[in-house]
Design a protein around this ligand. Sequence first.
Ligand code: HEM
Length: 200
Amino acid sequence: MTDGRSGGGRRYDAVALSLHWLTALAILGLLVAGFTMTSLPRGSAQQFVLFQLHKSVGITVLLLTVLRLAWRLAHRPPDLPAGMPNWEVLAAKAGHLGLYLLLFGLPLSGWAVVSASPFNIPTVLYGVVPWPHLPVLSTLADKKPVAEALEGIHTAAAWCLIVLLLVHVGAALRHHLLLKDDVLRRMLPRFSFLSRSPVP
Ligand code: HEM
C-alpha cells in the first residue's frame, strides 16, 4: 500500500503474504493433529494415518520456511510504523526471530523423533514421496532414551510456539484495534474485508 498511512506504508508482497497464511494454516493443522494423534490408541489405523499426515505437513512447513526466509532476504519487508517505541521494535523483531527458530526447530525435532524411533516407521510424504530418516539417529544402538528425549523437546517446542503465536496474534490485534495503524492490514490479502475497510 503506497498511500503512506501511519508511516508503515507498504504492504507485504503477494509471495510473502501467501507463505505467511499457508504456514499459519499448516501450523494450526499440525497442532490439532499432533495433540489428537498422541491421544489415540497406540498402533491404531487412525493414529497411523494422522502421524503420516502430521509428518507430511510438518516437512512441508520446513520447506515453506526455507523458501520464506530466502524470499525475505531478497525482498525487504515493509518498515514498522514510524514512531514505534524502541522496546516495541525490539519485541517485534525478537518475536519474529523466535517464530522462525520454532518454524525450523519443530519440523527438525519431529524429523529427529521419527529417525530415532525404535519403531522405525518410514516417512512417506502424502503417501507419495519417501522421506529419509536422519543419519546417525536411525542407526543408534539404544534408541529409546534418545527418542524419548527428542519427543520431550518436540512437545516443549510446540508449547513455546503456542505461547508465541498467542502473543503474535495479540500484538497484531492491538495494532489494529487499539493503535489503529496498518500493521495487521499490510499482512491481509487485498480482497479481505479488514484490508479494505478504513482504519477503525
Ligand atoms: C511446525 C511443525 C510441527 C508442529 C507445530 C508439530 C506439533 C506437534 C505436536 C503439538 C505434537 C503432540 C505433542 C504431545 O502430545 O506431546 C507432536 C507430536 C509429534 N510430532 Fe510433530 N509437529 C511438527 C512437525 C513434525 C514433523 C516434521 C515430524 C516428523 C517428520 C513430526 C513428528 C512428530 C511425532 C513423531 C510426534 C509424536 C511424539 C510423541 O509421541 O510424543 N512433527 N507434534
